[in-house]
Write a protein that binds this ligand. Structure first.
Ligand SMILES: *Cc1c(COP(=O)(O)O)cnc(C)c1O
Length: 359
């Protein structure tokens, strides 16, 4: 078997042990005589898989009892609409635009109410996270929206904003990579395909008190109140993804939980940034103090060399290092399941590439 080091931003690398268990249980899950893919979502066997994944997630993130955990579909992108539809009771919200996805979320929310841009870092290519003092907060906002980790540009909030309005946070690309004080948030959500499970599942964690005030036009499957009442199973949930999430959470627990993940992620990212900062060849994109531990964005001296880098790296089993089209350049995504050997192999290759191409 020839597994590569996969630096994809999403869908992305999953823990090998989870994939192996899925393989072993593929044809016959726990003596049921069928695959999880073939089960009724109303069966007792599947309900146990569902409950166990949800309980493990609650434990891993220490989610308070007053918060609901929903397993939904439609990706993070559907939440760009679901959030204003459910939470914009007074018709106004603050949005921090620090990257691609928060910009898209703000644009989508404009359909449902007044969006106030609390900050916008597009002028400098989204290379930093604004300080608390730079955030323009409106007193009547129903919520404050931000994206904890900007997958495309490689910046990550190093603090939790202080706001009177409830915090709504897109954690798609850094959930489960560090402890989170869930009680500080009104709602946290994440598309699973970055750091949790295969594509197709969106996790929403919300303060129960915020549900039940959606706009009348809200589709049933987008209503938090309806989905809470239905235990996330108003319709067929993404069964297979929920099952894999459970396996990934077993692995996560063995690795020391989110505390263990945070230590490893800091070590992984520090190695790459140290190397970049000491190189005259590569240029990191994000500014110190704003840098993401999950997605490291950088460039060589030219777009032609960037392309050669991606190609030559792939020949050595280091794949998916091309930057997002909105940002260009290169990007190494270092999610939970990326082993340190992958980081070491990447740095070795970067050194070699620099020697061969330095002018
Ligand atoms: C990938 C990503 C999204 C979009 O996710 P989809 O599931 O494709 O809709 C949104 N926000 C962040 C931070 C992401 O990384």
């Amino acid at each position: 078997m020839d597994r590569v080091y996969n630096f994809s931003a999403g869908p992305s690398v999953l823990p090998l042990s989870a994939l192996e268990r899925a393989r072993d249980e593929m044809l016959d899950f726990g003596g049921c005589g069928m695959s999880v893919m073939e089960m009724s979502h109303r069966s007792k066997a599947f309900q146990e898989i569902f409950d166990s994944a949800r309980d493990k997630l609650r434990r891993a993130l220490k989610v308070p009892d007053s918060y609901e955990i929903l397993f939904l579909q439609g990706g993070a992108t559907l939440q760009f609409a679901a959030i204003p539809m459910n939470l914009m009771r007074g018709g106004k919200a603050d949005y921090a635009v620090t990257g691609n996805f928060s910009g898209k979320a703000a644009k989508e929310a404009e359909k449902y109410g007044a969006v106030h841009i609390a900050c916008d870092t597009s002028e400098t290519g989204h290379d930093r996270i604004p300080s608390q003092g730079e955030l323009e907060l409106s007193p009547e906002a129903d919520y404050f929206y931000y994206c904890a980790n900007n997958t495309v540009y490689g910046t990550e909030w190093q603090y939790i904003p202080k706001t009177a309005a409830p915090l709504v946070c897109d954690m798609s690309s850094d959930i489960l990579s560090r402890p989170v004080d869930v009680a500080r948030y009104g709602l946290i959500y994440a598309g699973a395909q970055k750091n949790m499970a295969p594509a197709g599942l969106t996790v929403v964690i919300l303060d129960r008190a915020l549900a039940g005030h959606e706009l009348p036009i809200t589709p049933q499957v987008m209503s938090y109140e309806t989905m809470i009442g239905a235990g996330s199973m108003l319709n067929t949930p993404p069964c297979w993804c929920i099952y894999i999430l459970g396996l990934v959470l077993d692995w996560l627990e063995e690795q020391g939980g989110v505390e263990g993940m945070e230590q490893i992620k800091k070590a992984r990212a520090a190695k790459v940034y140290d190397f970049l900062d000491n190189s005259g060849f590569y240029r990191p994109h994000a500014l110190p103090g704003s840098r993401s531990d999950m997605n490291v964005t950088f460039r060589t001296p030219s777009p032609e060399l960037d392309a050669a880098f991606v190609k030559e790296a792939a020949e050595r089993g280091l794949v998916n290092l091309k930057g997002h089209k909105a940002a260009g350049g290169l990007r190494a995504s270092l999610y939970n399941a990326m082993p340190m050997e992958g980081v070491d192999a990447l740095i070795d290759f970067m050194k070699k590439f620099e020697v061969e191409h330095h002018v």
